[in-house]
Design a protein around this ligand. Structure first.
Ligand code: ZN
Ligand code: ZN
Ligand code: ZN
Length: 347
């Protein structure tokens, strides 16, 4: 027999209030962590992300509860069913006892996602995944080094929250979040304006086309922001990333730090092509014989930096794919090049 559920004191309105409070606190923490100079408190970055994450999840749960008219159904939707385990009564009989002393837990992100699917509630999970990632990795890092990342994240959360509150809750974000919403809006606009300015700048900076996606992955080495602008000095001097990679600088708009951009792009590419030979994996990236950058994609037989391709892409005899190393064999794989040489000697 299922255990008796205690009388429901569940109140969705309370859930909604808690959600909004948590988001407001998150934005307050966000403002505090970013004040430059003595007033700033980097440790608040973690608290900002924790509060925002919790607030958004509570708001999601609140939405789920609105899908049921009956309060008991609403409660059942956001609480995990209590686990009931068998115990021996010492006389060969069995008693079923609920675990956790009637304190049930609320559903996790994976279950929220399932409920949303079941009720056809649309949300951009990419941002939520990023929020969770950011939260997990903030726990392990010095918060000062990720202030930029937290700031980028708050900017990206803005449109998701806006859509959700307007479309799913049919409410006005400014109306229910007040000053916190205003802060988010200003910050979001600042972020978008600067992101556009950076993108326009890089479009003038002669970035190798194949490296563009890896430029997008670059983050400031000191604060992890993605708001990186090409150096105006380099642009004015007519320098380009492709040919002036040893001097072309970028500046982080979030923290003001300047650094070379080319190594960051190559690092981002290398990270994506990281492999472990102990697992039997093989390299997918190597140094380019033409330009010297570690940007030659072995699978594509092409360099992402200079665009160099192979003269011979497959063996004339066996059609095996050829590498940069095989190019001196005149279109043969190493096996057939050896065989050919031996044949010529015997002849
Ligand atoms: Zn920075
Ligand atoms: Zn190259
Ligand atoms: Zn061959």
């Amino acid at each position: 027999m299922a255990p008796q559920r205690p009388a429901s004191r569940f109140d969705p309105a309370k859930l909604r209030d808690n959600a909004l409070t948590s988001i407001r606190l998150g934005i307050e923490d966000f403002e505090r962590c970013r004040v430059l100079g003595d007033g700033g408190d980097p440790a608040r970055a973690l608290s900002a992300i924790r509060n925002l994450f919790a607030g958004v999840l509570l708001l999601f749960k609140y939405k789920i509860t609105t899908c049921a008219d009956d309060p008991a159904d609403a409660e059942a939707l956001i609480f995990n069913a209590q686990e009931v385990l068998p115990h021996s009564d010492g006389n060969g009989g069995i008693k079923w006892i609920p675990v956790g002393k009637f304190k049930s837990t609320t559903i996790d992100v994976a279950t929220i996602r399932k409920r949303f699917e079941a009720f056809d509630i649309q949300v951009d999970w990419r941002v939520l995944n990023k929020l969770q990632e950011c939260r997990n990795h903030l726990e392990h890092l010095h918060p000062a080094h990720t202030l930029g990342e937290v700031a980028d994240f708050v900017a990206e959360l803005f449109p998701v929250l806006q859509d959700f509150i307007e479309e799913q809750l049919s409410e006005s974000p400014a109306g229910i979040l007040g000053d916190a919403w205003h802060t988010m809006l200003l910050h979001h606009n600042f972020f978008i304006d600067n992101k556009n300015r950076c993108d326009d700048g890089w479009a003038e900076a002669d970035v190798p086309e194949g490296m563009m996606p890896w430029l997008e992955k670059c983050r400031c080495p000191s604060c992890a922001s993605i708001l990186l602008a090409p150096s105006q000095e380099d642009l004015d001097a007519g320098n380009g990333v492709m040919n002036d990679d040893l001097r072309f600088m970028a500046t982080c708009i979030a923290c003001g730090e300047s650094f070379l951009i080319a190594p960051l792009m190559v690092e981002a590419l290398e990270r994506a092509h990281d492999f472990d030979p102990r697992d039997g994996d093989e390299a997918t990236l190597e140094g380019c014989d033409q330009c010297g950058h570690s940007t030659f994609l072995i699978i594509e037989q092409q360099c992402l930096w200079c665009g160099a391709e192979l003269d011979y892409d497959e063996c004339e005899m066996c059609e095996e794919r050829l590498n940069q190393d095989d190019q001196d064999n005149g279109g043969l794989c190493s096996y057939h090049a050896n065989a050919y040489e031996k044949f010529m000697r015997e002849d």
